[in-house]
Write a protein that binds this ligand. Sequence first.
Ligand code: KIV
Length: 265
Amino acid sequence: MGITIQDIQKKKREGKRISMLTSYDFPFAQIVDEAGIDIILVGDSLGVVVQGRENTLSVTMDEMIYHTMMVSRGVKNSLIIGDMPFMSYQAGIEDAVRNAGRFLKEGGAAAVKLEGGSNVADVITAISRAGIPVMGHIGLTPQSVHSMGGFKVQGKGAEGAERLVSDAKAVENAGAFSVLLEGIPMELARRVTQELSIPTVGIGAGPFCDGQVIVLHDLLGLFDRFVPKFVRRYAELKKVSIDAIRRYREDVESGKFPSEEESYK
Ligand code: KIV
């Protein structure tokens, strides 16, 4: 068995940072796993960075299961979390539990993540009671892009901050094993991290969370349609790939590829 929920929670107790990254297919899941990342999230961000859509709303359960299956074939150690897509848990509790179960049964994930605070507390409780660990997700919740009026930083001002803290506590009390904090001021993330006993993992939430997550295609420089302020690029794989492919094309066109050594006799 690789990394467990208990290992993740222990990291918070011991003051150790949690690393989390997204992956959507076999080769990248293998790479992320081999690099020693604690948690791999099969995020519904695949709608944007893999499918090329404007937002995550149209991603389906079947698509999420397909990607989770590919990821789990590449992973030996990281904890895999499947991201519940829009309308897979909002329409009813039974539906939510059944869809969450598919991530474990068909996808090979160990846990699920879903967006929302006190409004989804009953869903988190029902899924957790079914033996499926849940990571909450509060703050900027991309599936609510239309009700938020765009992808905007949340929890600003005293009232916004109190609402966010109360959502964080609702998620913890509902039975979530951890909570993702997205797009909130860093001092608010620090407060939530101090007040909760479950680990917080931040994205665009500053340095004081128990862990950090970003989208793999952002980290590797594969996605450049827009680059949020919180992204740090550790590689420029799009540029490297274009260069490699261009050299291949030139070799084909000039007859340099394949050589005799690369051919059968
Ligand atoms: O879908 C996703 O990739 C996410 C990010 C916040 C990491 O939820």
